[in-house]
Write a protein that binds this ligand. Structure first.
Ligand code: PLP
Length: 448
């Protein structure tokens, strides 16, 4: 295979520039710099990766923040992040003791264990089924993992490239990006910012941020997140009953993302899709300890696949997911699982309530502040996100930049979650309370 030296250099430099902060990009054409760029394999790039419209959203936010700080280094100490939904409060004592115990055991002859059960400790699966699902599901339908994001990719690997996926628009970017990587989609349409062969389910003020799937083309797999990232909208029981009914009638599999379930305070909002009749024949659920207990860095999640969920040929979906997990995953960290067990003790549950109340308190402050200066909002009641509707004609990336430059507050533009998020800004309630209060003062000054 022959490569043109000049072409290779230009291509490699362009690819590298996509994420490098402006000041680190070399404009030099020096041959010595290009030497390593010239050595390349003869392997064709997976064409699906070339379809991806840009980098993953959150690193892109970080890149813009860093570019701003490089140009304005004196502002570094003023930056407040209401951006990425990462927890900031320390892990509470009882839950921490579970992690410590998990680690301590590894230092003893009796307590040491190597590779664990692929699907997670039996005790943890039992506790998840009983404490979090009131035994609506059985422990052997639970797959413990290193997190919901990783499970979404593994779910996609199981479905393969021949399915059509539907996503809420706007939505957590992982559903779309993994669909593209798997080769389920065509190219992105630059005019609509939508990928060909994905069903976008609009969620907006007109439909109270709940999509009307029945009026849209059928998809094989429907990704649905409630309480929602980024809108903060939480679907009611009646809404989810409608969705389960439509998925059942159409033979679609619902992948329900319940990562924000612990934030639900409204008794009419189900914490799990399995509270809905008929869901065990049409749905699976991905979930995570990340937002429950500040485990974003610990890494522990789970997926529930009911035995009654089957593919068109009758094969249980659980069987194929188990095959993916046992092939591509070697079990969640035994230390993290110790922490998970402690989360589900009564003391751990009480600690989680305190953490969630704290973040919900932040969300209430953000919501009230935005409304007090005349913005319409959604979310913030049963979710740690407040989605703010911007004035007509104001683009979300414009607002993001204005707030960063004038208030040194990092937010997330709604458009980063899909074209349906244009005209909105997402505020995350995961910052410490002092930062929330200071950010509110600054936002009020620049957004009015
Ligand atoms: N699902 C949604 C909707 C999320 O917003 C996130 C993280 O922000 C995740 C899943 C990822 O969870 P985990 O940390 O378990 O990978």
């Amino acid at each position: 295979m022959k490569f043109s030296t000049a072409t290779v250099f230009v291509c490699m430099a362009t690819a590298a520039n996509a994420f490098a902060p402006a000041s680190t990009i070399s404009t030099s054409n020096s041959v010595s710099n290009s030497a390593s760029a010239l050595s390349m394999s003869g392997v064709t790039r997976n064409p699906n990766f070339a379809k991806l419209a840009g980098g993953y959203l959150f690193p892109e936010i970080g890149r813009r923040r860093n570019a701003y700080l490089e140009a304005n280094p004196d502002q570094a100490s003023r930056i407040i992040s209401l951006g990425i939904g990462d927890t900031t409060m320390p892990i509470p004592p009882h839950i921490l003791s579970g992690l410590v115990d998990g680690a301590t055991k590894l230092g003893t002859k009796e307590g040491y264990s190597g590779y664990g059960a692929e699907n997670g400790l039996a005790s943890l699966r039992q506790k998840i089924a009983t404490v979090l699902y009131n035994d609506l599901i059985s422990p052997d339908e639970v797959f413990v993992s290193d997190g919901a994001k990783c499970d979404i990719m593994r779910v996609q690997q199981m479905f393969g490239s021949d399915v059509v996926s539907a996503v809420q628009d706007p939505s957590y970017p992982v559903y779309v990006d993994t669909s593209v990587m798997m080769g389920q989609t065509g190219e992105i349409d630059k005019a609509t910012s939508q990928y060909d062969n994905i069903v976008y389910m609009p969620c907006n003020a007109e439909n109270e941020f709940f999509p009307d799937y029945a009026s849209l083309p059928r998809a094989d797999v429907v990704y649905f997140c409630s309480p929602n990232n980024p809108t903060g909208a939480a679907a009611t029981k009646a809404q989810l009953e409608g969705l389960v009914k439509t998925c059942t009638e159409r033979g679609s599999i619902l992948v329900f993302d319940a990562a924000y379930a612990p934030f639900i305070r409204d008794p009419d909002v189900p914490k799990s899709i399995f509270e809905i009749e008929g869901a065990k024949e049409c749905a699976m659920e991905v979930n995570s300890f990340s937002k429950y207990a500040g485990f974003t860095g610990v890494r522990l999640g789970w997926t529930v696949i009911p035995a009654g969920l089957k593919f068109a040929d009758g094969t249980p979906v659980k069987q194929d997911f188990s095959r993916v997990m046992s092939t591509a995953f070697n079990g969640a960290s035994i230390i993290a699982q110790g922490g998970g067990l402690a989360c589900l003790d009564p003391e751990g549950q009480a600690e989680i309530e305190v953490l969630i109340d704290y973040y919900l308190g932040n969300a209430a402050l953000l919501k009230e502040a935005m409304q007090s200066i005349g913005f319409k909002t959604v979310g913030g009641d049963n979710a740690p996100y407040v989605f703010v509707q911007l004035p007509e004609g104001k683009s979300s990336w414009e607002m993001f930049s204005e707030i960063l430059e004038k208030a040194q507050v990092v937010t997330i533009p709604g458009a980063g979650f899909g074209p349906g998020g244009e005209g909105y800004l997402r505020l995350s309630a995961f910052a410490p309370r002092d930062n929330i209060i200071e950010a509110i003062t600054r936002l009020k000054a620049v957004m009015v």
